[in-house]
Design a protein around this ligand. Structure first.
Ligand SMILES: [Zn+2]
Length: 325
């Protein structure tokens, strides 16, 4: 994903709302300090952060899940098998996609459904591919290495796999879909269409005839230490009610300090492809008002050492509460 502060669209937004963007709730200019995270309400919802962390570690063990590599293929097989083990009806959507640099990506979206007969459907989405180059690494010698993607890739998948496990246990009579998309992160700055290629394919090539979710929730970079999740700009534009429900679920779970009710960045991510089709979509994504994405974003330090289980717990618990599992 990329931050699109520099795009015309966002410049227009900044012209209108720029002053608000940097404000904090108390006017101090500071966002809530996530280290001060305390339970604001009884945490009655079960989300097993240890299990989610294990799912995250398993992905990292495969190696960087860069398209066209063995690690990527093996991780995809494993994720599809995990969804099936947790009772989802799984469809694997395979496609060849041409990246901005001409590389043909042998890509695969992995889609799991619960209660496929239900008409009203909530789609939970995370990308699982890793960026092929750590081009934000402070060390120029490392910028051609792939990233581990512990946060950028594995964290969202880990939270959603744990939710799949919980759905399988709770067996709610709800239409819930989980989609692991490919080829999100082979993009280049300034070219919006070079990102989210797997999701774009999914949106334009229905995995089932007539498939259309009522709402989409993306979890991206949800495992970083010290993460904050202010409201992403395109999410607020497309789905203000869903934003409110999710941020309420965070507060009710005791994680209001990690989900400040303030505008964060404007991010080109998978949710935008659904928004373009008129489907409300929200991106839960780490963002800091001054520094932007996680400091290890697209660097070789996006590894297990910089993952905090408590961040996984905050996001997972919020989603479980929202879904009323
Ligand atoms: Zn990325």
């Amino acid at each position: 994903m990329q931050n699109v502060f520099t795009s015309i669209l966002v410049l227009m937004f900044l012209a209108g709302c720029g002053a608000k963007r940097a404000d904090s709730a108390d006017g101090s200019g500071n966002y809530a300090d996530s280290s001060a995270m305390v339970a604001e309400a009884p945490d009655a919802v079960a989300f097993d952060a240890d299990s989610a962390y294990a799912y995250l570690g398993r992905q990292v063990e495969f190696g960087p899940r860069v398209p066209n590599t063995e690690a990527h293929a093996k991780a995809g097989d494993w994720m599809a098998a995990e969804l099936r083990r947790h009772g989802a009806e799984v469809i694997e959507q395979k496609m060849d996609l041409e990246a901005f640099d001409g590389t043909i990506l042998h890509a695969r979206n992995i889609f799991g459904q619960y209660n496929p007969g239900e008409e009203d459907r909530t789609l939970l989405l995370a990308h699982y591919d890793c960026r092929p180059w750590a081009d934000e690494d402070p060390d120029p010698d490392k910028r051609k290495q792939p990233v581990d993607g512990a946060n950028d890739g594995a964290s969202g998948v880990a939270v959603l796999l744990e939710i799949a496990r919980q759905i399988s246990a709770a067996n709610p009579k709800k239409g819930i879909d989980i989609l692991f998309v490919d080829a999100e992160d082979w993009g280049t700055e300034g070219d919006d269409d070079s990102w989210a290629m797997g999701t774009r394919y999914f949106v334009h090539n229905p995995v089932k005839p007539g498939y259309q979710p009522a709402r989409v929730i993306v979890a991206d970079m949800v495992g970083g230490a010290g993460a904050l999740f202010p409201i992403e700009y395109f999410s607020q534009q497309s789905a203000p009610d869903l934003v409110t429900e999710l941020w309420n679920a965070a507060s009710a779970s005791g994680y209001g300090s990690l989900f400040p009710r303030q505008m964060g960045g404007a991010v080109t991510d998978d949710h935008v492809e659904f928004i373009k089709q008129g489907i409300p979509a929200v991106d839960i994504i780490e963002y800091h008002p001054r520094t932007g994405f996680n400091p290890h974003w697209h660097t070789t330090k996006d590894n297990l050492e910089n993952i905090d289980k408590n961040t996984l717990r905050a996001v997972g618990t919020t989603l479980v509460r929202y879904l009323e599992l």
